[in-house]
Design a protein around this ligand. Structure first.
Ligand code: GTP
Ligand code: MG
Length: 199
């Protein structure tokens, strides 16, 4: 898919105040610092469209970006940081869960996972919650540039095994790097296909 335009529309902490347009939207979610905002910039080939930072907790609000004047990308705050996710309780910022519960325009979420790490409880719990709430999602392994190819394969295999303990199959997944553009074409192509399917 060719990106002709990408514009920031609005930030807010209240799902009822998100754009009313009935356009398809795709949300990026995952732990703080996993690379959600960077991935949006990489996909759009724009350096500062979404704000990024080396320190976790940069994105604090629900941010809508209008792409090609036809669909939205949504940058969300991370979970698993500071007051979020206390021990094993499923506590995520309330407006994030409300966003996923209430946002009817949401077509698909991308759950970002840092490919360097072992499966983390907070991510597995979040995906469990998405499953229980009927929110369709794909997994995006980020920061591919930070691992050697063998380690990447091994980590993905470990993830698959872990997911298969509770899921019937591994969700569709992508491998990306915002540093070297790995995964860009694939991800955009997939979004284009889903847009077509949804009509
Ligand atoms: P919050 O908004 O705090 O939830 O974080 P985020 O998930 O939006 O992460 P962000 O995009 O701000 O990136 C966090 C840090 O990781 C920044 O220092 C980025 O430069 C770095 N980063 C993100 N993606 C990649 C990647 O693919 N490769 C490398 N090497 N660094 C990355
Ligand atoms: Mg961010």
């Amino acid at each position: 898919m060719k990106i002709k335009s990408a514009e920031f529309v609005i930030s807010n902490s209240d799902v009822t105040k998100c754009p009313k347009d009935l356009l398809h939207e795709y949300a990026f979610i995952g732990r703080s610092n996993v690379g959600k905002s960077s991935l949006i910039n990489m996909l759009m080939q724009r350096k500062n469209l979404a704000k990024t930072s080396g320190r976790p907790g940069k994105t604090q609000l629900i941010n809508h970006f209008l792409i090609n004047k036809k669909w939205f990308l949504v940058d969300l705050p991370g979970y698993g940081y500071a007051k979020v996710s206390k021990s094993s309780k499923r506590v995520f910022q309330k407006f994030i869960t409300q966003y996923f519960e209430k946002r009817e325009q949401l077509v698909l979420a991308f759950v970002l996972i840092d490919c360097r790490h072992e499966p983390q409880k907070v991510d597995l719990e979040f995906m469990q919650w998405m499953g229980e709430n009927g929110v369709p999602f794909c997994v995006v392994f980020t920061k591919q540039d930070k691992v050697k190819p063998n380690a990447l394969l091994r980590n993905i295999e470990t993830y698959r095994e872990k997911m298969l303990e509770t899921w019937e199959e591994m969700p569709k997944y992508f491998v990306t790097s915002s540093s070297n553009n790995t995964g860009r074409e694939e991800l955009l192509k997939y979004i284009g296909e889903v847009n077509l399917e949804m009509g």
